[in-house]
Ligand binder design. Sequence first.
Ligand code: SF4
Length: 176
Amino acid sequence: MYLEEVKMTFIQPCTADAERIRFKAKFSIDISEILPYINSVVKDAIYNKKIQSLTIRKEFRIITIYGNDLAVSKAVNESEAYEIMDLVKDLVNNTYERKDEIEPLYEMREKPDILEVYKYLPKLNCKKCGEATCLAFSSKLLSGMQNIKKCGPIHEEDNKEKLYEVENMLQIMGYE
Ligand code: SF4
């Protein structure tokens, strides 16, 4: 078997939705080479070649597969987390077995939407993140040149739900 083990390394309630959980799991091997093949097979996947990540949305759940590990947000509970880990393991192994019949796809089908991220930023243009405006920060976030941790205001208690939305959007693009 190509990918033999997917092992959970972290689990906790989602930041702004205690009804759901987020978790991480580690792969027993580096599966980066398979990501473009999964991108070809799963039609609504979002592949980010630059950071070698592939995100699949399953209803509200966000499943991001990296070369060595897996990050999932909005899972229902721990038993579902194990089901998702099995599902990803099967997807990787089935794709690997059929890889000679699949044309790998290296493109990102869905492009990042700067305005969609901007919508959830505090819009103070306070420059504390080092950017002149929140819009510039939004653009740099989506190109991987900025980190949401640099925006102090969005980490204030009142902005918890906005932070949650931005973190989910960044995860979809493959950023942690
Ligand atoms: S720190 Fe946050 S609120 Fe201030 S300019 Fe940067 S993105 Fe906008």
